[in-house]
Design a protein around this ligand. Structure first.
Ligand code: ZN
Ligand code: FE
Length: 255
């Protein structure tokens, strides 16, 4: 049976998401920005929380863990390299490990850069990826603990997932990301089409995610740093892709 998801907002612009296995009844929260909206989402869906899958240690992804664990006795799975910085961890995982949510099987992908031990979770049977603050819709996370080369390599790993993979990211930033992306690739048609689609969703008070990896590759400048024309337009023709990525990230930081 295919996995089900339920998406909702937490805090100001954090996404909370539940992943549900209809076969076993197991349900995972991907990150736990705060407990109350997760509880509300569980009420609404009627699902029972069995697991929390943590992408990285930042407080806006972990603050709700304690209260949820106390209430639901759920298992907390966290990145091995950050487990010491996250409370209530039961299991630690890293690259290539399998994480089960009932009968659903996820694969762990190390995606460092935003934080040094950041991980993503990919469920191949359903082609769903949870990418935390590494990849955003038409953007990417700030490079805080890693360096640009590390972050670029992480983004390429996510870009290499099947084109029809739907990815869920940690924040609703798409609208602002599009405004910036247009300054980098003003004549990108895929980006223009995405901008139209996102404008419609925003006007209808809908979330702008999930997007697919295939659509993202065509429109997200942070996944396009190895595009020769883009490099040339930034006066970086012939530079390593991570250097082009670093320049785009720098511009976004100043935007
Ligand atoms: Zn973060
Ligand atoms: Fe965050």
């Amino acid at each position: 049976m295919p996995a089900q998801t339920h998406l909702f907002l937490c805090l100001k612009d954090n996404f909370g998401v539940l992943l549900h296995d209809p076969q076993s009844g197991a349900t995972a929260a991907i990150d736990a920005p705060e407990a109350a909206p997760v509880e509300a989402a569980l009420q609404k869906t009627g699902w029972r929380l069995t697991d929390i899958l943590v992408t990285h240690h930042h407080n806006d992804h972990t603050a709700g863990i304690g209260a949820l664990k106390q209430h639901h006795k759920c298992r907390v799975v966290a990145p091995r390299d950050e487990a010491k910085r996250i409370a209530h961890v039961d299991a630690t995982v890293g690259e290539g490990d399998t994480v089960k949510v009932g009968s659903l099987e996820g694969r762990v992908i190390d995606t460092p850069g935003h934080t040094a031990g950041h991980i993503s979770y990919f469920f191949p049977a359903d082609k769903i990826a949870f990418v935390g603050d590494t990849l955003f819709s038409i953007g990417c996370g700030r490079v805080i603990e890693g360096d640009p080369e590390m972050m670029w390599n992480s983004l390429v790993k996510l870009r290499d997932l099947p084109d029809d993979t739907r990815f869920y990211c940690g924040h609703e930033y798409t609208d602002a990301n599009i405004r910036f992306a247009k300054t980098v690739e003003p004549s990108n048609k895929a980006l223009a089409a995405r901008a139209d689609e996102v404008a419609k969703r925003v006007a209808a008070h809908q979330f702008t995610i999930p997007a697919t990896i295939g659509a993202e590759k065509a429109a997200n400048p942070f996944l396009r740093a190895d595009n020769a024309e883009l490099a040339k337009s930034l006066r970086l023709a012939g530079s390593a892709a991570w250097k082009v990525f670093a320049e785009i990230r720098e511009r976004k930081n100043r935007f």
